[in-house]
Ligand binder design. Sequence first.
Ligand code: NDP
Length: 329
Amino acid sequence: MKKIRIGILGYGNLGRGVELSIAQNPDLELAAIFTRRDPSVLRPLTDHAKVYNVKEALNHKDEIDVMILCGGSSTDLSSQSPAFASHFNVVDSFDTHAKISQHFKSVNTSALLSKHTAAISAGWDPGLFSVNRLYAESVLPLGNSYTFWGKGVSQGHSDALRRIEGVSHAIQYTIPIESAVKEVRKGTHPQYTAREMHTRECYVSLKPGADMDKVYAEIVNMPNYFSDYDTSVHFISDEEFMKNHSAMPHGGFVQRSGTTGAKQENNHIYEFSLTLDSNPEFTSNILVCYARAVYKLFSEGLYGAKTVLEIPPAYLSLQPIEKLRAELL
Ligand code: NDP
């Protein structure tokens, strides 16, 4: 069997996760890793992995079936995804929800022009959660939808803490409010504000001489990040930070409670939940499945950008559809 040759662009948490995930999938092989940094400073996890500077990527175009883009959503992917879709089939995990339609348009334009296929926003949220929202809202047109995240690390909120003057290390955990979760699971269709669904818990170590009260006030009053939530801040040492806050767990669930019956007398709960020890490793496994799907779509001449809502689920699998029909239906 000819293996699907995967390139990795960007070698951070997701880049390393994709590298590990390829080894779990016998139909895939790692072709090369590309980075904006000096390739000699990276230490790949697999023996003999080839690492190049991103400027060399086009020289390796014919060795790569799908390039998995592992850059950050805030600054990297909005330029990297359309640029690489001009030369490669690509997959990304773009997660800035408000900008996904705009991102789709620019990647779609590049991919259609170059006759390539691209899957965008292929993670868990957006991603698997989105697919489940679609199933739940289609099946239960009368009802209410909820998404709870955590307990888990929010990279965006942790980054915001680290930008505050005087902060040495920082991490933010998003925690769902148990009483709100219970109410939703009862199917009572409650209406909640952001503050009533989640709390935010911050662990921060300070640089020598930093003003703790000033840092605290800056955190709890930060608009868009913390001011709309009940936020607790724990000041700890660098040593405690390294010892207890280096993992990246996450998870959450999407839920819809809906009604059927002549008088809407029957209530139904649809729930999809995830509990993840490592957010980046799980997300990387999703990216790898969508790389396989992109390769299949491309092989059928289906070019342009697609989202998880448009890609047939069977395309994610290594197994042929006949086997899936026999075993999963
Ligand atoms: P990282 O910060 O670890 O990596 C992002 C990029 O930064 C890398 O591609 C790399 O590019 C560069 N980089 C990494 N480490 C270093 C370093 N030590 N020094 C300098 N540059 C470095 O981000 P993640 O891999 O954790 O996450 C990437 C994105 O994935 C997030 O921004 C998030 O938006 C998205 N995501 C989406 C999810 C979803 O459900 N849709 C879930 C989880 C994440 P280079 O090698 O070129 O320097």
